[in-house]
Ligand binder design. Structure first.
Ligand code: HEC
Ligand code: HEC
Length: 305
């Protein structure tokens, strides 16, 4: 399959001549170069195969799990295992993990009164530890709205319906600080999202989106994260694209990143028009991708490059 893809994407000789011209073409060429680098061996340090994720020397987090019988994957592997030793180490100690700066901001926001009702999260939820286990089950179907709830919609629902406060933007700092804080309460627990019953429709949509080729490069999520995980793409070691570690701190942008922001980035990289953060499509894709990690441990907040 990759061979077909590569030959299809081979740049024509005339591409050279256009170097100084058209920026769009330049970008496109750059992307082609990136795709063409797929599966070539580069000498980038990749992590020790036998490394295990133990946090603060005490919390052992499973970064591999047996794939369910109907899985398209042979084995479930967390993105942590595809990172360099240095990046892995940042996630092994909460003092080194930059996410905790943002989690502290989340704690402040949790205690802060906001909105017309004069309430904070803590007014009703007391200890944030009461959210233990929530992250591993999201997204989930909401019977009254008929849509999928994600951590972001649950938080904003309390803000708008119970606090009389403005909703937070999906991937902005306040939201990701809060979703990181709440997700942390489930760290180490197995991902277990429901895909049947009322959630089945969204699951099917998510699966369809995962396998649909899109963008100028005509690629699907599966082309990279199912067919080519373990290979190098440019200097990046391709993972299974699991979301058990989100929100994730990325060295690239030095902040917490939402799941939908990551999806958006991957779609942009293949020159596709991304869906909107919070859209029905991205929520469905989130459910499907989460389900591909059912059995892996929640790792939030993870560190990636
Ligand atoms: C006026 C009371 C009130 C305030 C203030 C409030 N919540 Fe809630 N929240 C609730 C109730 C009631 C529910 C639904 C019942 C439940 O699941 O606890 C809920 C549900 C949730 C859930 C889903 C929990 C689950 O297990 O399904 C999350 C997450 C949440 N709230 C986060 C927040 C955050 C974050 C804030 C502050 C930004 C906040 N809430 C402020 C009352 C409140
Ligand atoms: C051209 C290849 C390519 C395609 C197609 C692609 N991605 Fe990615 N994706 C990457 C690369 C490279 C990374 C960074 C390295 C890694 O974690 O795999 C990445 C990272 C991710 C991550 C972060 C994983 C982690 O552990 O933090 C997720 C989630 C993800 N992709 C989901 C998707 C989804 C969903 C799609 C389809 C809409 C998609 N990707 C399409 C190349 C791709």
């Amino acid at each position: 399959m990759m061979v077909q893809l590569l030959s299809k994407l081979k740049p024509s000789p005339s591409l050279d001549a256009q170097k100084k011209g058209d920026t769009i073409m330049k970008k496109f060429t750059r992307t082609l170069t990136c795709i063409l680098a797929l599966s070539t061996i580069t000498t980038v340090a990749i992590a020790d195969e036998d490394a295990e994720l133990v946090i603060n020397g005490e919390l052992s987090v499973a970064t591999k799990a047996a794939a369910p019988a109907d899985s398209a994957l042979d084995e479930l592997i967390s993105g942590w295992r595809f990172r360099t030793n240095e990046t892995q180490a940042l996630q092994m100690d909460d003092f080194d993990n930059p996410s905790f700066i943002f989690i502290e901001q989340g704690e402040d926001l949790y205690a802060k009164v906001d909105g017309s009702e004069g309430k904070s999260c803590a007014s009703c939820h007391e200890d944030v530890a009461s959210f233990e286990g929530l992250k591993s089950t999201l997204p989930r179907h909401n019977a009254s709205s008929g849509k999928l709830d994600t951590m972001e919609t649950l938080v904003n629902n309390c803000r708008t319906e119970r606090m009389g406060a403005e909703p937070w933007k999906w991937s902005k700092g306040k939201m990701t600080a809060m979703t990181s804080l709440i997700s942390l309460q489930s760290r180490g627990m197995p991902v277990n999202v429901k895909t049947d019953g009322e959630a089945a429709g969204a699951y099917d949509l998510g699966k369809e989106l995962y396998y649909t080729r899109v963008g100028q490069l005509d690629m699907s999520c599966a082309n990279c994260h199912e067919d080519n995980y373990g290979n190098m793409i440019r200097a990046d070691h391709l993972s299974q694209g699991q979301i058990n570690g989100f929100p994730t701190y990325r060295l690239k942008n030095a902040k917490m990143n939402s799941i939908h922001a990551r999806f958006k980035g991957c779609m942009k990289n293949i020159r596709a028009t991304p869906f909107k953060e919070g859209s029905e499509e991205f929520r469905a894709l989130e459910l499907y991708v989460a389900s591909r990690g059912n059995g892996l441990s929640v790792e939030s907040p993870s560190v990636r490059n």
